[in-house]
Design a protein around this ligand. Structure first.
Ligand SMILES: C[S@@+](CC[C@H](N)C(=O)[O-])C[C@H]1O[C@@H](n2cnc3c(N)ncnc32)[C@H](O)[C@@H]1O
Length: 270
């Protein structure tokens, strides 16, 4: 019996050795060079293990009907820095506030850049809402202002300046309920003083304007309304996390979720 077991074990070892020998050279060398080699799968990125071994079972959000067509459009237009993951959060946030929406209620995007985010928000609102809200899109359209505090190496005056107010206005002109404002949020927000909001997308990357946006919209967002602050939790946008954390720490009426997409979801609950 023991002879039989030995023979079996030896056979297993030989098979293992053969498998190792058969491993292509690049697979053997890659870890020594600090590289990992994976089979190519179309539309897949290498991702960290926090997603667990069952990650492959997840449905493909970029194929969800209703969402897919609208996200495909702005991605194909190369108009947004947001990809399917973050756009899908915006889509869901808008879906959840659809009962709050009316033509007397507003939506805002602060940090518009080339217009793709606002285009997506406006097209989702058009698809989901019975009565379309007013949409306000605000940006300097000259990039980060000159007087931004030196927060980190990732942001500098004029970053995102490769856009044009006129051109974005034209791109967004298909939505009659959407207004584009040129200027710093801090200088233009007085024009929205009397509005009530059901959804706000804050995508300005740095501390001061993020904080200014959250303070401004705090009491103007309807109960049940949602704000999404982009770039939350990114090493390159630490000012954004600081602004959001300070904002929720000073209030009891906001729930905050840190999403793995690099966004923070703020829900007004009282
Ligand atoms: C990351 S981009 C926005 C990306 C955009 N939401 C998209 O979908 O691609 C950040 C924008 O914030 C704008 N920004 C920064 N500070 C601002 C301020 N104080 N007021 C208005 N816009 C500001 C910049 O001009 C820049 O266009």
């Amino acid at each position: 019996m023991s002879e039989l077991t030995d023979r079996y074990q030896n056979k297993e070892r030989r098979r293992e050795r053969r498998k190792l020998r058969a491993k292509p050279l690049f697979k053997k060398l890659a870890p020594r060079l600090g590289l990992a080699v994976y089979r190519y799968r179309h539309d897949f990125h290498y991702c960290p293990q926090i997603y667990g071994a069952g990650y492959w079972k997840k449905i493909r959000i970029q194929e969800i009907g209703g969402f897919k067509e609208l996200a495909d459009k702005v991605i194909a237009d190369h108009r947004s820095l947001l990809y399917y993951d973050r756009l899908y959060i915006l889509y869901q946030a808008l879906w959840n506030v659809r009962y709050l929406a009316s033509d007397a209620v507003s939506i805002a995007e602060i940090g518009v850049y080339r217009g793709g985010g606002s285009y997506f928000i406006a097209s989702v609102a058009h698809q989901l809402f019975d009565r379309e809200p007013k949409i306000h899109s605000i940006d300097t359209f000259e990039g980060h202002p000159d007087d931004i505090a030196a927060e980190d190496d990732s942001h500098w005056p004029g970053k995102f300046g490769d856009t044009s107010f006129e051109e974005v206005k034209k791109y967004l002109s298909v939505f009659p309920n959407l207004t584009v404002y040129k200027g710093r949020f801090e200088d233009r927000c007085a024009e929205l003083e009397r509005e009530k909001f059901c959804f706000v997308h804050v995508d300005v990357d740095i501390y001061a304007p993020t904080r200014a946006c959250l303070e401004f919209f705090s009491e103007r967002l309807l109960i049940g309304g949602v704000m999404v602050a982009d770039d939350y939790g990114l090493t390159t946008c630490q000012g954004c996390k600081q602004a959001v954390d300070e904002f929720v720490a000073s209030r009891k009426n906001y729930l905050k979720f840190h999403l793995e997409t690099g966004q923070s979801l703020l829900i007004r609950v009282g």
